[in-house]
Design a protein around this ligand. Structure first.
Ligand code: AHM
Ligand code: MG
Length: 334
């Protein structure tokens, strides 16, 4: 029987990839892993809400019930505050940055951006949701960290990852040296290495996009969707359409099986829907590290200037050849 490697063991082992590392990033990743386990426990109980008490009320144990996205946000912020390695948390759930100014975090070097519960509308129907995180090194050198420390380009990310709360809970992350996936073994309460060195196939046969918005899409996207649907033996078209509505779950499937995920600009969301800092940059970093490609249809996501924390972007990411084809259509028709 092969030995199980836990996330904690793996992180310590990988610290030697960074000769000057003092263990701070490792501790940060550990803190995120702990918060993810707590969130997973609550997500697993979501269907029992009618028994345990409605959200916004007090349950039979006298505990007040919180919306899960609020709960997840609080858990990650609290784990990062107690851990002492993080000076700012920016969250999709908060309008403003959370500055951590405690005794333990006085010399903290890292900024964490987080989407605590992505796709949270899927909770009510027992469909997979996820957490997305991204880590940057502080740039300012004097005084307290400032908001500009969190407005770095995606290319500056030190690490990024996601947790998918699905039929199993899985944590997938990169520190810029490949992508590794860990599945939670509930019997021992540990994330265990299950998907070492994840690679997305260069060619894929699945496209993921909310086709209900078709009439609002740019012409290049319309052309690409039609391309996916046309029969062609050589390229194994028509492709399958799969769209969960949870970016984490859709991308996780596409990394494993090969595919493209698109959330383009639309008539009602002229800059796209997804957030550059919390969703696009971390996912683009992971996809590139897995050998895939991530752009906004024209420009590499990781090179985009970040002007504000909640900035939105169109996104095309996944198997390299599929993204290249979609970009070609954007160039020619949009
Ligand atoms: P959220 O951060 O408010 O949960 O929204 C992000 C989610 C993504 O997970 C998903 O891909 C997308 O929104 C779905 O949007 P739509 O319903 O417009 O297709
Ligand atoms: Mg989100």
């Amino acid at each position: 029987m092969s030995a199980v490697k836990t996330l904690g063991q793996f992180i310590i082992e990988k610290q030697k990839d960074f000769p000057y590392a003092k263990g701070e990033l490792s501790r940060l990743l550990r803190d995120i892993g702990i918060a993810a386990k707590i969130v997973n426990r609550e997500v697993n109980k979501a269907g029992l809400v009618d028994i345990l008490g409605e959200i916004g009320t007090t349950n039979s144990h006298g505990e007040s019930q919180k919306k899960l996205d609020v709960f997840a946000n609080e858990q990650f912020i609290s784990a990062l505050t107690c851990g002492g390695e993080c000076c700012i948390v920016v969250s999709e759930e908060n309008d403003d940055p959370v500055y951590i100014d405690s005794e333990v975090s006085r010399d903290a070097k890292y900024i964490v951006a987080i989407d605590p519960l992505d796709g949270s509308s899927n909770i009510d129907v027992n469909v997979a949701v996820g957490t997305i995180f991204s880590i940057y090194r502080r740039k300012s050198t004097v005084g307290k960290a400032v908001v500009e420390d969190a407005l770095q380009k995606g290319i500056e990310q030190v690490a990024a990852g996601y947790v998918v709360y699905g039929s199993s809970a899985m944590l997938v992350y990169t520190t810029g040296k490949g992508v590794n996936g860990f599945t939670l073994d509930p019997s021992i309460g540990e994330f265990c290495l299950s998907h070492p060195d994840m690679k997305i196939p260069k060619e894929g046969y699945i496209y993921s996009i909310n086709e209900g918005n078709y009439v609002h899409f740019p012409d290049g996207v319309k052309k690409y969707i039609k391309y996916c649907q046309v029969m062609d033996k050589e390229t194994q078209r028509p492709y399958s359409s799969r769209y969960i509505g949870s970016m984490v779950a859709d991308l996780h499937r596409n990394i494993i099986k090969g595919g493209i995920f698109i959330y383009p600009t639309t008539a009602s969301a002229p800059r796209g829907k997804l957030r550059l800092v919390y969703e696009c940059n971390p996912m683009a970093f992971i996809i590139e590290q897995a050998g895939g490609r991530a752009t906004d249809g024209f420009e590499r996501i990781l090179d985009k200037e970040v002007g504000s924390l909640h900035q939105r972007s169109a996104i095309f990411l996944g198997s390299e050849n599929m993204v290249l084809k979609a970009e070609e259509m954007m160039r020619d028709f949009s």
